[in-house]
Write a protein that binds this ligand. Sequence first.
Ligand code: CAA
Length: 258
Amino acid sequence: LKTFEHIVTSTNGRLGMIALNRPKVLNAINRKMVSEILEAMEGFDRDNEIRVIVLSGNGRAFAAGADIDEMMDDSSIDLELLNQFTDWDRLAQIKKPIVGAVQGFALGGGFELALCCDLLFASNDAEFGFPEVNLGVMPGAGGTVRLTKLVGKTKAMEWLFTGKRVSAEEALHYGIINRIVAPELLEEETVKFANTIANQAPLSIRLMKESVLKAIDYSLYEGMQFERKNFSLLFSSNDQREGMNAFKEKRRPNFSGN
Ligand code: CAA
C-alpha cells in the first residue's frame, strides 16, 4: 500500500480502511488530503479483494472542515482555476459502499465528507454542523445539496443559517447517521457492520448503491427504469445462480462477486 501524507490506509480482510490523519488541526481537510482520499478510494474501488471502504477520523475529530489557512487568501478566480471540487465529484462515483465512522467534530467540509459516505456510524460525542456562515462563506463541496436532500429544506436551512452543531442523537433522529456507539467501540462496531456488508453478494450491493443514489436525482419513473436494468443485469452473474441454487438446496450461498 502507498504511503500518503495526510491519510493512513490499510486493509482489514475485505475492508479498505482510510483514516484521516492531521490530528493537530482536527483533521482539517486541505486539497492534498482530498486528492489522497480520492486516490485511496479509487484504488480500493478497483481492488477485487476489497468489498467495502471504511473512512474514519482520529482523536477529537472526524474532520473540522476545509483547511481555513489554505483558502483564506484565495480569490474567486483562484478557486475557479483550481477547480478543486472535481475531486469531490469523483468521490461520488465510487461504486463500493463507503461506511464512515464519525468521532468528535464533523464540521463544514468534514460534514460534507461524512455525507459522501453511504452509511455512517457515530460515537455519542460526535457533532455535525456547517459553521461556514460564521466565516462569511458557505459549504462548497455539496453540503447545501446533500443535507437538503437528506433532511429536507426546513432543518437544512436552520442548521446552515445558524451554523449550530447537531448532536449524534439529533443526527440519528434526522436520518443522517445509522447508529450511535460508545467512543471506545466505534472502530470495532463499524468494522463489524462493514464486514456484514462485505459478506453480502458484492454485485447486488454495487448495483443497489448505484440505484439508490440515482433515486435521489431521478423521478420515480426514471429511477424505476434504471433499477430494472440493474435488476436484469444481475441475472448474468454467477452470484445470482449461486444465491438461488443455494436457496433451493437449503444451504448458505458462497458469493464470489462475479
Ligand atoms: N482549518 C484549519 N485549522 C483548523 C480548522 C480548520 N477548519 N479547524 C481547527 N483547526 C485548527 C485550529 O486552528 C487549531 O490550531 P492551532 O492549535 O494551531 O491554533 C487546532 O486545529 C485546534 O483547534 P481549536 O484550538 O480551535 O480547538 P477547539 O476545541 O477550541 O475548537 C472547533 C474546535 C470548534 C472545531 C474549532 O477548531 C473550529 O471552529 N474550527 C473551524 C470549523 C469550521 O469553521 N469549519 C468550516 C471550514 S470552511 C469549509 O469547510 C468550507 C467547505 O465547505 C469546503
